[in-house]
Design a protein around this ligand. Sequence first.
Ligand SMILES: Cc1ncc(COP(=O)(O)O)c(C=O)c1O
Length: 432
Amino acid sequence: MLGTEKHQTLSNYKLGLDFAKELDQNDELSYYRNQFHIPKDNNGKELIYLCGNSLGLQPKATKSYIDQELKDWANLGVEGHTEAKNPWLPYHEFLTESLSKTVGAKPIEVITMNTLTINLHLMMVSFYKPTQERYKIVIEADAFPSDKYAVESQLRHHGFDDKKGLILWKAREGEELLHYEDLETIMDQHGHEIALVMLGGVNYYTGQYFDLKRITNLGHKYGCMVGFDCAHGAGNVELNLHDSGADFAVWCTYKYLNSGPGSLAGAFVHERHAYDKTLNRFTGWWSHNKETRFNMRHEFDLLPGAEGWQLSNPPILSLAAIRSSLDIFNEVGIKKLIKKSRKLTGYFEFLLKQLGEDTIRIITPSNHEERGCQLSIQVINADKKLFERLTASGVISDWREPDVIRCAPVPLYNSYQDVYEMVERLKDILNE
Ligand SMILES: Cc1ncc(COP(=O)(O)O)c(C=O)c1O
């Protein structure tokens, strides 16, 4: 049904606080929790923050990264572009290597710029090339609203009907997760009419992590372009974007990449498009050859790779925040993160299951290869009031209509005790 059915074993976990403490003691990444500011309640007690899927926590080092740029701006003014400790002209290049490793890409394939929905539009300018015969776009039926609005507006922009042009990959009656077989059927029936397959790498609502390579191969087989919104994937799962073969991907950095509210986003363009000057695209002076950019009156000379999709000179303070976070990712390495993530989320799942299937339903896949750290929890016969009580008890998670509590234990800063405490508080509320 859902790709390889490799369910992880829950039998390695035990009940009780002592076991949570033991897991924390043996956690080789426990050191990193102290590298982050953990939000506190009015009494100064640390909250149980399980909301990195929405906004990641602030690394303590971020302030010094931003302060450095404020200091150089104060002392150097415009000269900072070349004379700052970290010169601003090439500043985004300081992020390239760590970012490419984090998302599994080559350096030439990634760039940090703009915000997510803007990047999605810029990618569609290049990779959505509709004709009268082939103009449709496939998205998940429950795609993140911004993605849906973006692709609908692209259809209209090209003169197509946004209802007829959209094909929805839907869950089956009574289910939440998507079946690859249903996407295959869609492609079989409509592949010749489809210009673009654009899916969330990890669905924001269910937490289902798709097999990017399988979907890309399928789309390419029918002559479609394939792109992913990896907002819930970057820093959370091992995306292996290059190997997936996807034409493009976009993501934000304020969730699992801990860069601060509204911070700059990322984009990936596969290497095979890096030197293609025939691709339609929007351009600005930052897409122009760096060597001659400031000669000003030159004819446009396109930068190769993902950098060639930049338009403007980027906000350095935001890049500084992303750099501070990526330096942590670089130090830890995505493989170690994923290892802890699977163990932590597996433990969370184990504890939630103790509450009984007539009380709790986890809609996220139980196979750890088909999810990141997020679990989407439905509490039977409960409404938003339960979530509000959970919040009042000091657990920060989020609620998504109609009936899901999303919780993401993040391996960089969440502990096994956080997860234990969350389930204890939920249990108390349910028993009230
Ligand atoms: C999956 C997904 N796509 C798109 C967006 C929109 O991002 P932005 O407002 O940065 O464009 C979000 C925001 O949370 C998201 O979760």
